[in-house]
Ligand binder design. Structure first.
Ligand SMILES: Nc1ncnc2c1ncn2[C@@H]1O[C@H](COP(=O)(O)OP(=O)(O)OP(=O)(O)O)[C@@H](O)[C@H]1O
Length: 327
């Protein structure tokens, strides 16, 4: 294990931001800290970085007890959402900064910076000022700068949070590829479940200062530990007492069978490749998502009576009180 967080508690005044959190983060992997706003993700990342001190508990980085070490002794690289670059220094000098203050030989600095600029695809912008870069390019520069000093651990706090959706998506793919090339243990904070599912090897779900579940994207999606994780990781709907994913439901027009619930199609919405079908049963509105072909082959339309049931072999959440419109 690369980072061991053991029984960490952090209070701000009377508010408990982290409540006895224990997490083991494996070496060489990309781990996401995922959860809703205010859940404690950034606080945990800042405690790993040494920017914040835990009230109790321990932090070990690569076998070294880092609990009381200042940030500069932890050998971590850090990138924030709004990266503060040196405005008057070129991209090259910004990336070189950490190496220069460590008084590394000039040739070595130049070679290393060239290598890093190539890695983050910014070679042609080496002599620009940070203000002459796009937001996405600036975050890539920030990553190159954090990587320059060869940290044992790279910590990223919503690194693409301030960028528009398209650039965010590009950078997410790019981060995954970069990580596969350099393999440095990386922990990144995100509140975006899609980002975590797409990029991370492992996800730590944090809510209200506690760890809800730790696992691979598949484990979390297919075997959520509780309803919170199930709801947070993707769309859900209720069928009777069951909490299910809309794409795990099937519709048919045959005779009623005991496993199915009868309802009437009250709305059909096309969302890109998918068709979202809203079925109103005696006491609920159930959402079913189908592919366009599945929907067309059913030959149904709004107003038709259909049967809804759970497809075989899917995870089902715990019982919930039935409420009309809880879809
Ligand atoms: N320096 C501070 N002083 C007082 N309260 C703080 C401080 N830092 C964080 N908090 C509180 O601790 C809680 C956890 O904050 P944290 O930033 O860790 O959440 P988060 O999960 O990263 O949320 P977000 O996604 O919004 O950044 C929040 O309720 C926040 O208001």
């Amino acid at each position: 294990m690369s980072i061991e967080i053991a029984n960490v508690t952090k209070r701000f005044g009377g508010f408990v931001a982290l409540d006895d959190v224990s997490v083991s983060i494996p070496s060489g992997q990309l781990t996401a800290l995922l959860g809703p706003s205010g859940g404690g993700k950034s606080t945990l990342l800042r405690i790993i970085a040494g920017l914040e001190q835990a009230d109790s508990g321990r932090v070990t980085i690569e076998g070294l007890d880092a609990t009381n070490l200042p940030p500069q002794k932890r050998n971590v690289g850090f990138v924030f959402q709004h990266y503060a670059a040196f405005k008057h220094l070129s991209v090259r000098r910004n990336v070189a900064f950490g190496l220069e203050i460590r008084k590394r030989p000039k040739d070595e600095v130049r070679a290393r910076v060239d290598e890093l600029l190539a890695l983050v695809h910014l070679r042609q912008f080496a002599d620009r000022l940070p203000s002459q870069l796009s937001g996405g390019q600036r975050q890539r520069m920030a990553l190159a700068r954090a990587l320059a000093v060869e940290p044992t651990v790279l910590l990223l706090d919503e690194p693409f949070g301030a960028l528009d959706a398209k650039v965010r998506k590009e950078l997410r793919d790019w981060l995954r590829r970069l990580h596969d090339e350099v393999n440095v243990t990386t922990v990144f904070v995100t509140h975006d479940q899609e980002e975590a599912l797409e990029v991370a090897d492992e996800i730590v779900v944090i809510n209200e200062g506690r760890v809800e579940q730790i696992g691979s994207p598949d484990e979390l999606y297919d075997q959520p530990a509780n309803d919170f994780v199930m709801r947070f990781l993707g769309p859900v709907t209720q069928l009777g007492q069951q909490l299910v994913r809309p794409h795990d439901l099937q519709i048919h027009t045959g005779t009623a069978d005991p496993a199915a619930v009868t309802g009437r199609i009250t709305r059909v919405t096309r969302i890109g490749f998918e068709i979202r079908v809203e079925v109103t049963t005696a006491d609920q509105i159930v959402t079913v998502t189908l592919t366009r072909n599945e929907f067309l082959s059913l030959g149904v339309q709004t107003g038709d009576t259909v049967q809804v049931q759970v497809a075989e072999q899917v995870h089902i959440g715990a019982a919930y009180p039935q409420t009309l419109g809880a879809a």
